[in-house]
Design a protein around this ligand. Structure first.
Ligand SMILES: C[S@@+](CC[C@H](N)C(=O)[O-])C[C@H]1O[C@@H](n2cnc3c(N)ncnc32)[C@H](O)[C@@H]1O
Length: 265
């Protein structure tokens, strides 16, 4: 039976995880889907629980530039996971409401990923014992990434996978003064790189209970998906200002996956 590839589904639905822009010239695809497929292909027909942070939906709390073009309503990655994973339960959280995405296997909730209490409350509301896959594609702020990781990694199944996107672009943190910045903590790529090389999390960071997290990590892998094109000129117009100090993806660790130890609780 022929099945659409994850990249084909991503490109049809309009998420930037694939290879083409959802919105014409302004934003290119990140080329993450081959990496995701390498990890998740064997789970396509398994009844797993997947959680994604950040749905690409516009609303009062955040204007999502991705919610346009083929992805006009937003929520493209939720639709992508629904099509790719035939039996999965798919959970999505965002600061904006996205109830229009809810269906027989998809459930969304309004959650600020930087608020640990709300994250814990959300997990309790789902009734899910352990998620198999968690993806952070939310605010990309280093402090938010680290708080979410702290709260959610303990709710990952042993051997489960925790992806964090856009480490080379947004999420860089240091020196940034836009909505993606949080200069009081080390950026998340450096945090994870230092841990994978030396076994310690550098400070200052926003991790909660770092020793517990450290003991539950099996491995951390970084990916530098190939660049599909030049950063288009349209980004300047879209953002209404000079593009931020973006270092584009080529040769940089843009996506990471943290695997939980098989024996971790
Ligand atoms: C890059 S978009 C997600 C794109 C989507 N995952 C896709 O692949 O199509 C980022 C989303 O994160 C949400 N967001 C921003 N700050 C957030 C926060 N503090 N907590 C949760 N979501 C947040 C925004 O509302 C936006 O919808």
């Amino acid at each position: 039976m022929h099945r659409a590839s994850l990249t084909a589904i991503a490109d049809e639905e309009g998420t930037d995880k694939g290879t083409v822009s959802p919105v014409g010239l302004a934003i290119t695809g990140h080329n993450y889907t081959d990496v995701y497929d390498a990890y998740l292909n064997g789970l396509r027909d398994r009844p797993i629980a997947l959680l994604e942070i950040g749905l690409g939906v516009s609303g009062p709390a955040w204007k999502a530039e991705l919610a346009t073009g083929r992805n006009a309503q937003g929520g493209a990655s939720m639709r992508m996971w629904y099509r790719y994973l035939s039996k999965a339960r798919i959970f999505g959280i965002d600061v904006n409401p996205a109830g229009f995405l809810d269906n027989d296997r998809t459930a969304t909730a309004v959650v600020d990923q930087g608020d640990p209490d709300r994250l814990r409350e959300f997990v309790a509301e789902t009734g899910v014992e352990r998620f198999d896959v968690i993806i952070d594609d939310g605010s990309h702020r280093p402090d938010h990434q680290q708080v979410s990781f702290s709260v959610l990694f303990p709710h990952l199944a042993p051997g489960g996978l925790y992806f964090i996107e856009d480490l080379a672009d947004n999420g860089l943190g240091d020196g940034r003064v836009d909505r993606y910045s949080a200069d009081h903590v080390v950026n998340t790529r450096r945090l994870l790189r230092a841990f994978s090389e030396g076994g310690e999390f550098p400070e200052p960071n926003a991790l909660l209970e770092p020793a517990t997290l450290a003991s539950a990590i099996d491995s951390i892998s970084f990916y530098c998906p190939p660049v599909s094109g030049e950063r288009p000129r349209g980004l300047r117009a879209l953002l209404g200002r000079r593009p931020p100090t973006v270092r584009f993806l080529g040769g940089q660790e843009a996506l990471c996956v943290i695997r939980k130890a098989a024996e971790a609780g």
